[in-house]
Design a protein around this ligand. Structure first.
Ligand SMILES: [Fe+2]
Length: 186
């Protein structure tokens, strides 16, 4: 099976090859994250049930489309830098550092509780990559900053369903998707 790492034969002008190889690794990590996220969001779109079905079902699809677009931009940036983007499911599963989304058919609140944790993980890892790209490649960094802006907006859409009048989140302190789903359902 192909993997993400590899020596570059060329890259864009003005970036040392070793730096570009690390940039490609960071972008590949983001490509796995966004491919996983848009598939997970579709899974949620199909599996939500309950009285708020249509609102949540329809809220999710624009997020899927946007995140799929992020994958395309990340993959094409990898190719631009002389790398080979890895977009097959096997490589994603082999290389990802997080667990499979764990909730099946469940209420809208349960899925939104679990999605709160999913977005926390994705956004935190985006910010880690943004910090590292500061020294390596500000053009790739700019792409990730733009994507993070949208991811944080979508995270707010999710969290607005979990928030009470005081601004407290029902999922506060939850350490797993199951815990967050249970807390959101209460
Ligand atoms: Fe659909």
């Amino acid at each position: 099976m192909a993997t993400s790492t590899g020596k570059l034969r060329y890259t864009t002008p003005g970036i040392p090859t070793e730096a570009a190889e690390r940039v490609v690794e960071l972008l590949q990590g983001r490509l796995h994250a966004t491919n996983d996220l848009h598939l997970t969001l579709k899974h949620v779109h199909w599996n939500v049930v309950g009285p708020h079905f249509i609102a949540v079902h329809e809220m999710i699809d624009p997020q899927v489309e946007e995140v799929r677009g992020f994958s395309d931009s990340l993959a094409e940036r990898i190719a631009t830098l002389g790398g080979s983007p890895q977009g097959t499911p096997g490589v994603l599963v082999q290389e990802r550092t997080w667990e499979e989304y764990s909730i099946g058919r469940a209420t809208t609140q349960e899925h939104l509780g679990a999605l709160d944790l999913v977005y926390q993980g994705v956004i935190t890892s985006y910010r880690d990559a943004i910090k590292e790209l500061e020294e390596l490649d500000v053009v790739s960094q700019d792409m990730l900053i733009g994507q993070t802006d949208k991811l944080e907006l979508f995270h707010w859409f999710v969290r607005a369903h979990l928030e009470d009048k005081s601004g407290a989140l029902s999922t506060a302190g939850a350490g797993s998707e199951e815990e967050a789903a249970a807390a959101a359902a209460e």
